[in-house]
Write a protein of this length. Sequence first.
Length: 400
Amino acid sequence: MNSRRLLTIGGRSLLSGASLIVSLTSFASALSALRWQRAVEPCVWISNPLGGGEWASVTWNAALTVLLGFAAVGVLVRELPARWARAVRIGLLAVALRAVLDVALFFRLVVHGEIASSFPVPLSLGVLIVIIADVWLLRRTNPPAHAQSWSTTLLSVGSVVLGQVVMIGLHVLTFGSTDYRRDADVAVVLGARVYPDGTLSLALSDRLDTAADLFRDGRVRFVLVSGATGVEGINEAGAMRSYLLDAGLPEDRILVDPEGVNTLATARNTRRLMNEQRLTSALIVSHYFHLARCKLLFEEQGVAAVTVPARMSRRLVLEAYYVFRECVGYLWYALTRPLRPAASPAQNLASMAMPGVPSVGCTYGLSCRFESSHRCRPATVLPITNPNTPPKTTSDKSWS
């Protein structure tokens, strides 16, 4: 088989994988909306033009599931029915128009200074390219035939998997590289390693320094630190609290969650603490590669939050591994989200979001975004959680 044929097979399979992951995550979002009985944005891809509400969310996610699922199959399967291919192409062109609007909105927000990004383009542009390629290839209802062999089968399967990995990886990188900071009630800092002598790892101190800057700049009125007891025997949340006190933050402005054994636990505990303190909006502070999964899980718990990447003092030694791990973790949590219970309507902080907050797509992380003019409303300050409370222990901090 000549190299041109192999490139054709690999290219079509790569595109099929990229389309398939959009379809699968949209299907999970549709099921989540049905189970939780509230609006759920597509995990990654295209913002919902149908408005809020459970059925608008189900309809849009179902449409993405069908159109991109059909496209994933259509670019590879021979003898595709021409009538089906034509209908899907029309639907995909409508989705592409929405992607164009998402791309335009991203650049408008960057130009106006409402967001900042170290990545030059949004993921919406990548999704748009995938859709246009699908439309083009579906014009040929009969993909080029090729002899079946183990080599071509492995190439096809490998390329499909690679296409999915590339799309998830781009989401992790583009989303995490964008800073959505604005006024909110609380900055939530997720824990990382603390050494046996109580010294914070560079990664954790970078996160706390970023949160302290947000507090000093008047962006937030509280800082919530979340962590558990690692293998070193030190509770991360208590060490984080001490670090912020040494940095000059007032004691009554630091909230402590000593049971943040992982990101999901932190999201649940944050919802509870915010309800207790009557807080309604949050900034999530962590490293860029962690933020896509944070956003997914906090939104799942009904917390109205946007993300702020921690300012990194230097590159991490295992950074490539962390990025890969987060891609796997994001994919797992995105596909299994219908299986997890979400916040009840009474606990849903997102339902208490302030007026004038539009809901736009998670493609660039702006669902539940806060207007720049928003100022945090007063909150009743309750007693601070005691960091010496016997915490839960986690033996594996890698999935925090």
